[in-house]
Ligand binder design. Structure first.
Ligand code: OAD
Length: 249
């Protein structure tokens, strides 16, 4: 067992954390077969972010942007939640009535919800929701579109209901996430490179709690974490969750 993992488990056993916040990023879905953004072979290596995930790119070529989102939607439809998603969903159920768990994700793949998590803040939106440009209405659309770019019944373009570069997060989301972190006695930071704000700034909003990071690579958040475990999430998260469940009051 890596030293940092056994140290983190000892800390859990002696501190009995029951108010838990979790921040996840693309690395949590890596073992479900979904490429991350910034690792070698990640999504931003194949496509330049400014070409695809901005309001300007969409205005210039909505069909190109939509084809990229359709390929991601197709990949995620076939993927399954992995052991990390499942352990976090289980923790939400076992903590009910004994504490609280808030799961904050930057992921738009919906795998946390598919694993059964409901106390979920999807900071960057969801690939399977669309928004009408004109009416601003949001709806769920799981199936592939036959028209490219897809349009609303009103005739206007639909866009993915995700946050693009240069856009603000949905109102109230970061505030709710920051409140959960401020109340937490433990923050788990899982599979994020920690470079995209405001999500990355949540770690410094811990008041009395400690952070445990799980990521095979070191990140700018590693030095803020009390324990930085350099290993894959699907391997380590179930073990941390088991330790938390065992130590719950
Ligand atoms: P990144 O691609 O930036 O970072 C993924 C992180 O996951 C890296 O630090 C990897 O080392 C780590 N990782 C890889 N495999 C892992 C594994 N098996 N277990 C644990 N960690 C692993 O993804 P994010 O930090 O999520 O925003 O990126 C943040 C935001 O940038 C995304 O939400 C997206 C992107 O622009 C929007 O689309 C608005």
């Amino acid at each position: 067992m890596p030293d940092a993992l056994s140290d983190a488990i000892h800390w859990i056993e002696s501190h009995h954390p029951s108010h838990i916040a979790v921040l996840t990023g693309a690395g949590v879905s890596a073992e479900s077969g979904i490429p991350t953004f910034r690792d070698a072979g990640g999504l931003w290596e194949t496509y330049r972010a400014e070409e695809l995930a901005t309001p300007q790119a969409f205005a210039r070529d909505p069909a190109l942007v939509w084809r990229w989102y359709e390929s991601r939607r197709a990949l995620v439809r076939q993927a399954q939640p992995n052991a990390a998603h499942e352990a976090l969903a289980r923790l939400e159920r076992s903590i009910a009535g004994r504490g609280e768990l808030t799961l904050i994700t930057q992921n738009v793949d919906g795998l946390h919800a598919r694993a059964g998590s409901s106390s979920l803040i999807e900071l960057h939106g969801n690939l399977f929701r669309v928004r009408c440009f004109e009416e601003e209405t949001v709806s769920e659309r799981m199936d592939p579109f036959d028209q490219m770019p897809p349009r609303c019944d009103c005739g206007s373009l639909l866009r993915p209901d995700v946050v693009w570069f240069g856009e603000l997060l949905p109102p109230g989301f970061i505030e709710r996430a920051a409140d959960a972190v401020a109340r937490a006695d433990l923050l788990m930071v899982l599979g994020t490179s920690g470079v995209v704000h405001p999500a990355a700034g949540l770690v410094s909003m811990l008041r009395h709690g400690e952070a445990i990071e799980v990521n095979p690579a070191r990140t700018p958040l590693s030095r803020l974490a009390r324990f930085s475990i350099q290993a894959p999430a699907a391997e380590v998260v179930p073990r941390l969750v088991a330790a938390i469940e065992k130590s719950l009051p």
